[in-house]
Every structure is written in C-alpha cells, then in structure tokens.
Design a protein around this ligand. Sequence first.
Ligand code: APR
Length: 229
Amino acid sequence: MKKKIVVLTGSGISAESGLKTFRDSGGLWEEYRIEEVATYDAWNYNPALVLEFYNKRRAQLAGVVPNAAHHALVKLEQGFDVQIITQNVDDLHERAGSKAILHLHGELTKVRSTKFAELVTDIGYREIHLGDLCSEGFQLRPHIVWFGEAVPLIETAAELVNEADILLVVGTSMAVYPAAGLVHYVKPGCPIYLVDPNPAQLSGIPSLTVIRDKAGSGVPLLVDQLLHE
Ligand code: APR
C-alpha cells in the first residue's frame, strides 16, 4: 500500500511556466482590480469585462507549458498515492499527466450555465462572449469560483488532507481562505514541506520543513528525496 501524499499548489507552481501569480510584484491583481473581474458582483455589474479577463487568461494558457515542478509531481506517483489539490485554474497539472487533481477554485478551460451549475462544458482555450448560451438557453459563465462564492470542494479537500501521510505545499501565499486553512487538517505528526522562494510565515504548524526555493528546482529535489527515503 503506497503512502498518501497530498500536494496543495498555488499560482507559484505555474510562475516558471510564464503565468502570473496574483500577489507577487507584477502579479495579476496589479493589472486588474479583483472586484472588477473576479467577484460575483463584478459579473452582475459588467459581465463583458469579466468574460474578457478570462478570455485573455485562457488564450495565454494555450501558449504556456507545464514546468519541471509539474512533471516532478507526476514522477512522485512512482512511489506514492499522489492527490493534487490546486487553487490554480490552469490545466498544467493535467497536461503534465497528474492523475488525481482537485480544483478548489474552478478551471479556466471550462464554462458552465448561469442557470444550471451542473451543466459544465470544456471549451479548451476558446473565448466565450455575451450571448453564448448553454444547451438550455442560459448565458455561459467561466467555471471559476469568484470571491464571494462558495468553494464547493473544500470539505472534500479537507478530508483528503486529513488522510495524507505527507503534505506538500507549493507556491501559495496562503492568503485566501478557505484554501489556506487546509494545512490545519493534517493528522498529528504529518510532515509538511513548503516550497516557496518567499514562504508564507505559517505559525502554529508543527513538523513543517520550509524549502526556500522556486518550484522548478525545489520540487524535483524534494521528489527525488521522498522517492529515495
Ligand atoms: N516557485 C514557487 N513559488 C513561487 C514562485 C516560484 N517560481 N514564484 C512565486 N512564488 C510564490 C510566492 O512567493 C507566493 O507565496 O507563490 C505564491 C503566490 O501567492 P499568490 O500570488 O497569493 O497566489 P495564490 O496563493 O495561488 O493565491 C490564492 O487567491 O486570487 C486568489 O483565487 C486566486 O487561487 C488564487 C488564490
């Protein structure tokens, strides 16, 4: 029976693929105001601007590829039962080949009906516009969890973290809840490794090992260490 490793990832794991993080200098939220493009109120106030924001990010995603950190997490599956829990809406974990991926904040390549949330369609890197309707005739929206909306998979994620034998945290400022609270669901004594060049100050976390490094170099090294322990 392979040990379970849960990997909580944030935008930092995709930084070396060329996708902006959110809160680093030059991050996405410096170009846009969150409240104008990533909240439910923004959608009601100016849906065209919101659609444009996600159309741009979807187009950019088509032009980037997974980096060494994403590939190392696939290699980790050689010795462990690996579950990715990502805050990222990009498809880089999928494209690298990870098998078990839970997207807490939705997926950029998917859209859904504004009326029937279960009507989800994969559009890849294409655009959607006002007037693009679901099969039942209602406007399509990005399949993204906006600020102010519930995070439907958070309970599932907490259960997965609680089952982990090891928790890796890669490239997240741990600034956004409920995702940031997941680290507190580990079993007592579960080792936690944090890979980040500018790591968040996680207080009150026992058995934490901080690897002050970029994901592209720090994650492959950590994976090799774990596979050969
Ligand atoms: N390798 C690893 N980590 C990196 C790298 C890198 N090359 N470059 C930056 N980082 C780290 C930063 O130091 C920071 O800790 O990635 C983290 C990025 O933090 P944020 O920009 O806050 O992104 P994230 O934590 O994913 O944001 C969480 O907030 O805006 C919402 O829904 C959005 O999912 C997002 C959530």
